[in-house]
Design a protein around this ligand. Structure first.
Ligand code: MN
Length: 227
């Protein structure tokens, strides 16, 4: 045990559906990975190089509640499939990328859209809109060996029972192995990394009291209440 001069911060640990917890190292998020969402945000849906931003490991939250954050009046839901890695490396080929996948989870890239918009306009980083406390609600992790490679299947979000977001994992512009390969050219990936794979169209605001149900057939439903 090193001679820590303060107590070491806790490791973010995500429950695995079949038991145990998954320790988190980093969180990567891809932008504009479904054509219909790129269009709704005012961008060209043609396949250009992917871009990534990061959230903090301790922004992940498994409590089933999402506290309405400060300094915003426009918090949006973005349902996303998260891919979690059991190993990593640099310059991983597309063909070998899936060897590094431990499993999958349903997640939300909650976004202070008004602050993100201000930062975009000013050409500044997005963290203030994206990487705030508890900004990444996430459900249990399901092992790939149990659910297979999730490369197709509806992904949906309902607010208070009304369908707001609907896409299909088959519509991802950059597929999971391509995302892993691309990221590994720019960052050294490792066990514990979480990749949020982007949101389908239909993003929009929530208010306190709203109940969000995020779902995909292979992983079931995860419920998050705005408090
Ligand atoms: Mn997103």
């Amino acid at each position: 045990m090193p001679d820590y001069v303060i107590s070491p911060p806790p490791v973010t640990a995500l429950p695995v559906a079949t038991g145990g917890v998954f320790p988190v190292r980093r969180v990567y998020c891809i932008g504009r990975n479904y054509a219909a969402h790129a269009i709704e945000m005012g961008h060209d849906p043609d396949r250009e190089a992917p871009f990534f931003f990061q959230k903090n490991p301790d922004n992940l939250d498994t409590s089933g509640t999402f506290p309405y954050p400060p300094h915003t009046r426009d918090v949006h839901h973005e349902v996303e499939l998260s891919v979690v890695l059991k190993s990593g490396g640099k310059n991983i080929s597309v063909d070998h990328a899936m060897d590094h996948v431990y499993g999958y989870a349903l997640s939300l890239d909650m976004t202070r859209r008004d602050l993100q918009g201000q930062m975009k306009k000013a050409g500044r980083p997005w963290e203030i809109g994206k990487a705030f406390e508890r900004s990444a609600p996430i459900g249990p992790i399901h092992k790939a060996e149990n659910v297979g490679d999730l490369n197709a299947g509806a992904i949906t979000l309902k607010v208070n029972g009304d369908l707001r977001q609907e896409g299909d994992l088959a519509q991802l512009i950059w597929k999971t192995p391509e995302m892993i390969s691309y990221l590994s050219e720019y960052f050294e990936l490792a066990a514990g990394d979480v990749i949020m794979t982007g949101t389908p169209s239909g993003v929009g605001p929530v208010v306190k009291g709203d109940v969000m149900d995020i779902a995909t057939p292979a992983l079931g439903t995860h419920r998050v209440t705005v408090v």
